[in-house]
Design a protein around this ligand. Structure first.
Ligand code: AHR
Length: 331
């Protein structure tokens, strides 16, 4: 029987093909991704919370622009403030075999199952803006975002200083963000811890306005009806504070004077209200996370080590500081 021996040319072609397959497999071995863009670009599946606030709009713009700038193929999904939509989007990204998944979790709890599915599919996950309360930290590579407890604390410390001479009770109402979300939980905590320094400072009502202007207006109307003496409003974001302005004015009160207003974010409309004397203080929360996120996407895709936590650098604004900062404000 004659044995077939392949020619040297055939062997060379086979070897080249094997080498090419091996290289591609190595490139993706840590990520499990298939480079589903098909054009050699990294594919990022991103699930956004929604479009509830000016902050969110600025955050979405930052992410989209940064992805384009970094040459990353972005698959963007808007979850309309619903956890089930985010879980569905993440499962779709897994099915599509994207290279990296990033998301801003609408609430803190209930992510373990879907994060485990991503891990089993060897797709690295990055948390951005908001975190999750999963005990298993291996379910995601890193968390990029603000220290929300600190933002609440800074807001509370400013108030303690302002009201240090107050002889009687100072009645505070609080507009919370989305129930169960990290910024709502943490800002509430930080603020409460700070104002505990002065027993005169009392939160007399606290309710969610879901981070929206409409929610802020509606809940503030209820607060005003139920409480004849409101000295301070702490709103977990600018948008709810802006909505509340309408309710306060309609109730015949002067925002920023009759009621001291403290918010979080420092988006342009909030900064304008602060510069105009309608707000009194803002703790900044930066939405410009896109460039840092894309950098992390590239690193985790390449299998590089990244810090488990990357905190956004932020500041605070008084009325005078807002007037100075407004002309150069990017969002
Ligand atoms: O997670 C960040 C928060 O979400 C912002 O403070 C708020 O405006 C947004 O909706």
């Amino acid at each position: 029987m004659r044995t077939y021996l392949p020619s040297r040319k055939v062997i060379a072609v086979l070897a080249a093909a094997l080498l090419a397959t091996g290289t591609a497999a190595c490139g993706n071995s840590d990520t499990g991704g298939s480079g589903s863009g098909g054009d050699g670009k990294i594919t990022l599946g991103f699930s956004q919370v929604g479009a509830e606030s000016g902050w969110r709009t600025a955050n979405t713009t930052s992410i989209k622009e940064a992805a384009t700038g970094a040459g990353i193929d972005l698959k963007f999904d808007d979850a309309q403030q619903k956890q089930e939509n985010q879980i569905k989007a993440i499962r779709n990204f897994i099915q599509q075999k994207v290279d990296v998944i990033a998301f801003s979790p609408v609430v803190e709890s209930g992510w373990d199952t879907v994060l485990k599915e991503a891990k089993d599919a060897k797709i690295p996950v990055i948390l951005t803006d908001r975190s999750v309360d999963s005990a298993d930290k291996s379910l995601y590579k890193t968390f990029l975002g603000s220290d929300f407890v600190k933002e609440g604390r800074l807001a509370g410390e400013w108030l303690v200083e302002q009201k240090k001479a107050a002889a009687g009770p100072v009645n505070i109402v609080e507009l919370q963000g989305t129930t169960g979300s990290a910024p709502a939980n943490d800002r509430k905590k930080g603020f409460a811890e700070a104002i505990a320094a002065n027993p005169n400072l009392k939160i007399i009502a606290s309710q969610s306005g879901d981070f929206t202007r409409a929610g802020g207006k509606q809940v503030m109307e209820q607060f005003l009806k139920a409480n004849p003496k409101i000295d301070v409003l702490f709103a977990h974001n600018d948008d709810m504070g802006l909505g509340a302005l309408e309710a306060i004015t309609a109730a015949g009160k002067v925002p920023g004077k009759d009621i001291t207003i403290i918010t979080v974010d420092a988006v342009k409309d909030g900064m304008q209200a602060l510069a105009d004397g309608k707000f009194n203080f803002i703790a900044e929360c930066s939405p410009l996370l896109g460039p840092q996120l894309m950098d992390l996407v590239k690193k985790v895709h390449n299998g590089e080590e990244v810090p488990a936590r990357i905190e956004t650098q932020e500041t605070t604004f008084t009325q005078e500081q807002a007037k100075e900062a407004l002309p150069n404000r990017k969002y």
